[in-house]
Design a protein around this ligand. Sequence first.
Ligand SMILES: [Zn+2]
Length: 424
Amino acid sequence: MKTVDNNYIQEKFVEYCKMNTRSFDDSNEVPTSSGQVVLLNKIAQELKDLGLTDITYSDKDAYTVGKLPANTDKKVSPIGFVAHVDTADFNSENVVPQVHNNYDGQDIELGHGLTLSAKQFPSLNKHIGETLITASGDTLLGADDKAGIAGLLGMLKYLVDNPEIKHGEIWVAFGPDEEIGKGAARFDTRRFPVEFAYTLDNGDPGDIAFETFNAAAAKITFHGTVVHPGEAYHLMVNAALMASEFIQNLPASQVPENSKDFDGYFMVLSNNGNVDHAQISLIIRDFDTDGFNDKKQLVQNIVDRLNQKYGADRVELQMHDQYHSPGDLIKKHPYVVNLVRHAYEKIGLKTKVIPFRGGTDGDFISEKGIPTPNLFNGGANFHGPYEYVTVESMALLTKALTTIIQTHLEMNDNRDQTPLKRKY
Ligand SMILES: [Zn+2]
């Protein structure tokens, strides 16, 4: 039996990090940058070389998908894995990955005057003796999510190298524009016929996130009446003051700076106004659907009250949902998480449920009916020059994925449907 191919994982990771795949929020192209297409095509070729079938790339959603066919007659439902090719809003030109063999815990001079130090980033101490990969000071590395891609390809290589390991049908999908929240929203999941899937985006080995924020954005517009202040008695209506009255009616403690773990919040993004006209831009975040709906209702109620007080149509509300937590769907399919817990246990990883305080590709894919929690990719310090990952962490992802696949074959007919908890 062949072991996980660390050299292959390292080679693919370094090769892909060098490719500039930054996404751009202000672009309407699909995907939002041509570098992503280059990588998506390269991955398609890689899948072909590994012997996958049904490999397609679609111009409409810019996803590369492929299938590793089942090698057993045992009936087992198809499962999927998803990683994204784009990198975040930080310099990604001429990324030069630095490979530090046998990392000794000492400071690393990244270049451009930057030092990566275990004093500043203590989690580096977990990786002494490993093969550490960093950027060179003036760019990000792109471990988010190229570490996920490398770990995923490592899993395919491992199963192809070891055909005696039996598995059901496995689908993989590589998509664009995750960082700007557009990629998975466009994904045509008819191309991805799986029962459930996992994203491999950020996080530490052992992590699983099956709840994210539910998210909404609101614009509240206030129309005042301007009158000369000397003659304003019972006539002037001050839009700027209505706006501040609106803010005073929001719960003062439910703000990002007082929120953590599974807490939600209201956040005033901007508040501009004068006597004539004012506008507030606001976002709402909550893990629980009920709490989310309550928060939206509160905004509506404050607007209604102000309209009663100052006259109808003084205050206008425009509110729309941005994304939804996959939590409600995944809690109806607890096996999707319990399967991972059993697999993690087999390889000595302690399951840690992460409150994912943002959106993920899994939000959109779950909304399309495929329960999709997030696992991990093993990197750290994402989206900046201190980003790093070790080959061993990516190999651990490979190991976790192959174990999930093998455990699914064992458990498919006898599924652990224990209700999910937020702490194990
Ligand atoms: Zn990511």
